[in-house]
Design a protein around this ligand. Structure first.
Ligand code: B16
Ligand code: MG
Length: 212
């Protein structure tokens, strides 16, 4: 692909399957609150910050909770989520992802993470990727989560590359919107191969080695 020097990866749902753990943790919280929660609601949470996710889940019930109670609920969800994370090891990094990352590095691309997650550093460390990426931009360093482009703009500036020379790899609609808002090209990962919003759609991460 022309003039691409850097590849910025989303984390949850692209590098690892922690999106499943987010689902299970939010589901446990919603069940306790007696609020309906399913995969359809969950799909709206991809790439969205923890507090914004809570607002989406609470929906019409949002006004029934004080700000302090909401912070406690988000903390409870994070506690459940982190209990899943604690069991992760380098063995949870799929061979496909490992091979793809190493091939792209060998081919000379700069590689970065752009994630809304405040748990990014822990996840990368547990997967054995703590020192791998050339830049890591995450939820601890930004004020606006996806679909705002802040996290991707931070990643590209850390790399010293302008948005037109970088591409974003995303599984979430909010992430593809964030890429567009930051004037990045984007590749969407969809198992059905159909993502009308991204510039290119691939079915699995290893397809990147056929593009770059
Ligand atoms: P945390 P990504 C996002 O990560 C997740 O997709 C989203 O579901 C989550 O709410 C958000 O991180 C915040 O995560 O609670 O760990 O700070 O997809 O941008 O890598
Ligand atoms: Mg994601």
């Amino acid at each position: 692909m022309n003039n691409i020097y850097a590849i910025i990866f989303d984390l949850d749902g692209v590098i690892c399957s922690t999106d499943r753990y987010h689902y299970l943790a939010w589901k446990a919280l919603a069940d306790r609150l007696g609020i309906p929660f399913d995969e359809q609601v969950n799909s709206q949470l991809r790439g969205v910050s923890r507090m914004e996710s809570l607002e989406i889940i609470l929906g019409n019930h949002s006004g029934e909770y004080s700000e302090q109670e909401k912070l406690a609920l988000a903390e409870k969800k994070n506690e459940i989520y982190r209990s899943y994370l604690s069991a992760m090891t380098p063995g949870d990094l799929s061979k496909e992802v490992r091979m793809t990352l190493h091939t792209l590095r060998q081919r000379g691309y700069l590689l970065a993470i752009g994630s809304s997650s405040k748990n990014t550093r822990q996840i990368l460390n547990q997967l054995g990727l703590g020192d791998f990426f050339d830049a890591v931009a995450d939820g601890t360093q930004i004020t606006k989560s996806k679909p705002d482009p802040e996290v991707f703009l931070l990643a590209s500036s850390m790399l010293g590359v302008s948005p037109e020379n970088a591409i974003v790899i995303e599984d979430a609609e909010s992430g593809v919107q964030a890429a567009k808002a930051g004037r990045f090209r984007s590749i969407g990962i969809r198992s059905d191969g159909n993502d009308p919003m991204s510039d290119i759609t691939i079915k699995k991460l290893s397809n990147l080695t056929e593009i770059f």
